[in-house]
Design a protein around this ligand. Structure first.
Ligand SMILES: Cc1cc2nc3c(=O)[nH]c(=O)nc-3n(C[C@H](O)[C@H](O)[C@H](O)COP(=O)(O)OP(=O)(O)OC[C@H]3O[C@@H](n4cnc5c(N)ncnc54)[C@H](O)[C@@H]3O)c2cc1C
Length: 325
């Protein structure tokens, strides 16, 4: 078996999200460090997949394959798994690599089961061709896991890898025409997206997050969202703030929310429970505002302000607004 890596590259029919560029970067690192003979990218989707495939041709991959099919226009695990399995009939990669996001978590176990392959999830570092580092127990333990099967499935954590840079010479792009049946037992009904001009939480350079100390949805808007707006930042929240319905579910940062690693993370009125820290501790600069000097968030903060948020945040907003104008 030739030692080839197959990297699954997500696309939305128009572009390739930042997370997929981290997938490519991780695959390039794995190939280089552990002497894999080839790196093939795979895109699945409906109209626009070919254009998305062209966009990744100059990132250093050896070949880009894409499957365009109306049944893949929107993501359904069963149809995607079916298409993936058909692709694997023509290709025998040693490693299948994908992003450890919602889709990767949904799709890749189906692929490992199909290949009878061991899977390492949420990998942050490649130790060698078969051993991988991954965080466990809310990031309190770094485990080295070994996949002992000949074929391996790996999902990588976006925040642990830079985005790949284009600039290499363009690799060949090939369409695979495969037949997938519509009878997958699942039918796509609708997809409701939240439209926002704000940067995506996992892709943002700056994040302002609020805790349950905001006491209401209105306060969350007035203090956290307003501060984020001045900074052009995405908005995050602790789970307690989400549970209290001050912030929507997809803003939650932490072990059971989003894992983020922005350049700047401002935690406002957040205690710093381990489950929250697990989701943001890789941020480059962490600023914490909390009225309790003993709050654990200060243990991970680069800059800490012991203050009442209701006083400090409006002051910060007015200073930042003034400095902008
Ligand atoms: C299995 C599991 C998974 C979990 N996953 C997550 C997760 O993904 N993300 C997550 O966030 N949590 C998660 N949690 C919950 C986590 O344990 C904490 O309960 C939660 O993070 C606390 O949120 P908080 O900091 O907003 O609230 P609190 O812990 O109540 O802290 C509020 C903080 O606000 C400060 N404060 C109060 N008033 C003011 C003021 N006026 N000015 C300044 N500071 C003020 C207080 O000093 C305090 O430090 C999980 C828990 C479990 C068991």
């Amino acid at each position: 078996m030739s030692r080839v890596i197959l990297a699954y590259i997500e696309n939305n029919g128009v572009e390739v999200p930042k997370g997929s560029l981290s997938t490519i970067q991780a695959a390039l690192l794995l190939k280089k460090a552990h002497n894999y003979s080839g790196l093939v990218g795979l895109l699945l989707g409906g109209d626009g997949t070919e254009e998305a495939a062209k966009k990744v041709a100059a990132f250093g991959l050896d070949e880009v394959l894409y499957v365009k099919n109306n049944l893949l226009k929107t993501y359904l695990a069963t149809n995607y798994a079916l298409a993936f399995k058909k692709v694997l009939e023509t290709l025998a990669p040693t490693v299948v690599l994908a992003l450890a996001d919602t889709r990767g978590r949904d799709l890749m176990p189906r692929i490992s089961q199909h290949l009878d392959a061991g899977q390492a999830s949420d990998v942050i570092e490649f130790v060698d061709g078969g051993r991988f580092k991954r965080p466990m127990y809310a990031g309190n333990v770094l485990a080295t896991v070994e996949i002992t099967t000949a074929r391996k499935v790996v999902t990588v954590r976006q925040s642990a890898f830079d985005v790949a840079k284009s600039g290499a010479s363009e690799c060949p792009i090939r369409e695979l025409s495969i037949d997938i049946s519509a009878d997958s037992g699942m039918e796509f009904l609708s997809f409701d997206t939240v439209k926002s001009a704000r940067p995506q939480l996992v892709e943002a350079d700056r994040i302002v997050s609020g805790g349950v100390s905001l006491k209401s949805k209105e306060n969350f808007e007035k203090y956290i969202v307003a501060l984020a707006d001045v900074l052009g930042a995405a908005v995050g929240a602790s789970r307690a703030a989400v549970d209290a319905e001050y912030a929507p579910n997809d803003w939650q940062v932490g072990q059971t929310g989003k894992i983020v690693a922005p350049k700047l993370y401002i935690a406002v009125g957040i205690s710093g429970a381990i489950q929250h820290i697990a989701g943001m501790k890789s941020s480059k600069t962490i600023v914490a505002i909390n009225k309790d000097p003993e709050a654990p968030i200060f243990d991970v903060a680069d800059y800490g302000l012991v203050a009442d948020l209701y006083q400090a945040v409006p002051e910060l907003i007015s200073v930042l607004t003034a400095s902008k104008s």
